[in-house]
Ligand binder design. Structure first.
Ligand SMILES: [Fe+2]
Length: 506
């Protein structure tokens, strides 16, 4: 899967060259060297994408660029260009631009195309203007807007305007089912790997990392495809196998934070592996040892500490290179250490706690708090988030807590929300560009036999004409209290699988 992402750098190349050319044609004559060079760069970028005979299709969807249905991953140096191109799309009321292969396009034709694209900004109905002018010599370039559905990349979905906020509301039909199914498989695969690792720990055998690496890579692929699907996976709760689902859910949230921090893909893999193995030392240990991150004493403290040391022991014994083991040891050792010097194992220099250790601490605590234990009930996602926020004052890294809260949104994915309209909904995803932090949510409806069914997906930021929220959040509950597995609703139905969905696993 990872190798399918080749167009990514080419996407960046085309975006950059097109943006430069749009500027250059406004101010330079056709004999200017900059002018000539930029036309050539644009043509080279297009030719690379046309190499397989297919058109090159850009789409802007929820603030992200997609090239031929694949998300364009750009470097931070590209941000300015990305913002400008986003504005370019908005000013022309388009969200898609498609270039059909055309080796005959002369410099003059390319300049005409840029002129038309630039002029459209000044038109009263820019999309209409573009549709009427991209004909004849320019017919190899086409624009699309929301209702053309091009942005959905063939997912068969529809979008509509979100009540005054200008956000798109995703209807129930446009879950990217293929990605959702891949996500289920990636989760199950990762779960199998960590279960097998646990079994080898019990047999006192060494553990390999190759399969684990692949499982983490698969999960990262899902994240690169669709962050909302990726985060939905973190809501899986399993009462019979809590240690292993805890590990995978921690992997997901840790990687999610790393991704928002622009950690490299190789870095995300290391962070994911550290999260996968961080609690291996709990295998076979009494669950009570994992009870709390508060200060423990005497025997409880020794038992709690022992799981961290045991995890380090298992990581040292991994069949892996020394550099990788070293990279995993730090975060695993640090995940119960607070920046206030409390926690365990004792750390006299808490400021030395690594970035990945700090991320892991947040992800680990959130997943633990939102999971039931034999001695306590689970917290609702909102309560857990508030607790994480409280700890930002001393124990957890405040900047990373901010990133985590931005990632999860105030109503984290999987929150069971009661609404002012008497409806019930599952929080689905808070897009990064959400102005007020309101999530998209999946309404839950009652089926004819009393079963819970997925309903429409709504934007909780949607407002009435008087400016009040159409659906206010009245309460936040944990779906486990009602026997609900959010992934059963948020990831749609996997038609390729038979048998019941959920059942504690995906
Ligand atoms: Fe732990």
């Amino acid at each position: 899967m990872a190798q399918d992402k080749k167009p990514i750098s080419e996407g960046e190349e085309l975006l950059t060259s097109m943006f430069r050319l749009l500027q250059v044609v406004k101010i330079h004559q056709s004999n200017n060297k900059l002018f000539v060079d930029n036309i050539e760069s644009f043509r080279v970028a297009l030719r690379k994408l046309w190499a397989n005979g297919r058109p090159a299709e850009f789409a802007l969807y929820r603030g992200r660029f997609y090239l031929n249905d694949q998300r364009v991953i750009y470097s931070s140096a590209m941000w300015n260009t990305v913002i400008k191109i986003s504005e370019f799309f908005q000013e022309r009321e388009i969200n898609g631009l498609k270039f059909y292969p055309n080796e005959e396009a002369s410099d003059k034709i390319i300049v005409s195309l840029m002129d038309v694209l630039n002029r459209a900004k000044r038109e009263k109905e820019p999309y209409q203007f573009l549709a009427e002018n991209l004909t004849g010599d320019l017919a190899w370039a086409q624009v699309t807007k929301d209702q053309d559905q091009a942005v959905e990349g063939g997912q068969g979905g529809t979008t509509q305007e979100g009540g005054g906020l200008g956000r798109e509301v995703v209807t129930n039909t446009n879950i990217n089912q293929e990605v959702a199914n891949q996500a289920r498989r990636a989760y199950s695969q990762a779960l199998t790997i960590i279960r097998q690792a646990g079994a080898r720990v019990k047999e006192q055998k060494k553990i390999g990392v190759q399969k684990a690496k692949r499982a983490i890579q698969e999960l990262i692929d899902i994240l690169f495809e669709d962050e909302s699907v990726f985060l939905a996976l973190s809501t899986v709760r399993d009462g019979t196998d809590p240690l292993y689902t805890h590990s995978i859910n921690t992997v997901i949230l840790a990687i999610g934070v790393g991704y928002r921090l622009n950690v490299t893909r190789a870095g995300l893999e290391q962070l994911g592996l550290a999260a996968l193995f961080h609690d291996l030392g709990k295998v076979g240990a009494p669950l009570r040892a994992a009870k709390t991150t508060d200060r423990l004493e005497g025997k409880d403290l020794a038992t709690a500490q022992s799981h961290v040391l045991a995890s380090l022991y298992h990581i040292i014994r991994l069949n892996a290179t020394y550099p990788l083991k070293l990279a995993l040891l730090g975060p695993a050792k640090e995940h119960h250490q607070g920046l206030d010097g409390l926690g365990y194992p004792r750390n006299k220099n808490p400021r030395s706690i690594s970035l990945f250790g700090r991320i892991l601490a947040i992800a680990d605590q959130y997943v633990a708090m939102t999971s039931a234990r034999p001695w306590r009930k689970e917290l609702s996602p909102f309560e857990a988030l508030m607790s994480i926020l409280d700890k930002a004052a001393n124990q957890l890294d405040p900047l990373l807590v901010k990133v985590f809260i931005n990632l999860m949104g105030p109503w984290p994915v999987g929150s069971l929300l009661t609404l002012s309209t008497k409806e019930i909904a599952l929080a689905k995803y808070t897009p990064p560009d959400s102005e007020e932090g309101w999530p998209l949510a999946q309404l839950l409806i009652l089926g004819p036999d009393g079963e819970t069914l997925p309903g429409e997906i709504v934007d909780l930021g949607e407002k009435n004409p008087d400016g009040s929220l159409k659906r206010g959040v009245v309460g936040c509950l944990h779906p486990s209290q009602f026997g609900l597995q959010p992934v059963d609703f948020l990831l749609g139905k996997d038609e390729s699988r038979s048998g019941p969905r959920g059942q504690g696993l995906v």
